[in-house]
Design a binder for this molecule. Structure first.
Ligand code: IMP
Ligand code: MG
Length: 188
């Protein structure tokens, strides 16, 4: 649980886009949908870490479907707010997806390149179905045609941090989603 005061880096935020209570409520609704849609299915959740770590942890604890969890790590960011090059899978998953109903979980759908690449890879490995669930969707930034099956919040085209999302690997522990004051994005 975050301390009542929250981490000191909350002061680095210019504004909050999604509050902790709104996140909690929305995850409850997403979990209801998933519990319904996967009621009689074998489910394999694949979280794209580090970004999806906190979202996946909260979402999974609201799921009643028996499931297995695996993680993979994709990378296209090089310490900036812009993706550089094509996403690479830098740490592969361990479970065999063949014949399984895979739910890919990520923090944010931005250009769509990461989820398009990872979903394609999991299809190619022989998954029975591949669906995607993201906490945030920045539709304005889409560079490839890709839509998630389950979306927490649509947000405007701003670089956000918190609740798993980072800027230069910081701010992942903020309990809300917010936009940093311009001086904290300095050096880009
Ligand atoms: P995409 O491949 O462009 O869709 O980007 C996917 C990844 O970029 C996400 O999983 C995030 O890790 C990162 N990303 C995109 N937008 C943001 C943002 O606003 N804040 C923090 N990370 C972001
Ligand atoms: Mg990510």
């Amino acid at each position: 649980m975050p301390s009542p005061k929250g981490p000191p880096e909350l002061k680095h935020l210019d504004h909050v886009l999604v509050t902790p209570s709104a996140i909690k409520r929305r995850i409850g609704t997403l979990a209801d949908q998933l519990n319904h849609d996967y009621a009689h299915k074998d489910m394999m959740v694949v979280a794209i870490v580090n970004g999806a770590l906190i979202f996946a942890a909260d979402l999974l604890r609201a799921l009643r479907t028996p499931l297995r969890l695996d993680c993979l790590r994709a990378s296209s960011y090089h310490s900036s707010t812009k993706a550089v090059g094509e996403p690479r899978i830098v740490d592969q998953m361990k479970l065999d997806v063949r014949g399984h109903n895979v739910l890919l979980v990520d923090d944010i759908l931005d250009t769509g390149k990461t989820l398009a690449a990872v979903a394609g890879m999991i299809h190619a490995k022989g998954a029975a179905t591949v669906r995607t669930c993201v906490l945030l969707d920045k539709k304005a930034r889409r560079a490839v045609p890709f839509e998630a099956d389950y979306v927490g919040f649509e947000i405007p085209n701003e670089f956000v941090v918190g609740y798993g999302l980072d800027f230069n690997e910081r701010y992942r522990n903020l309990p809300c989603i917010g936009v940093l004051k311009p001086k904290y994005y300095a050096g880009l």
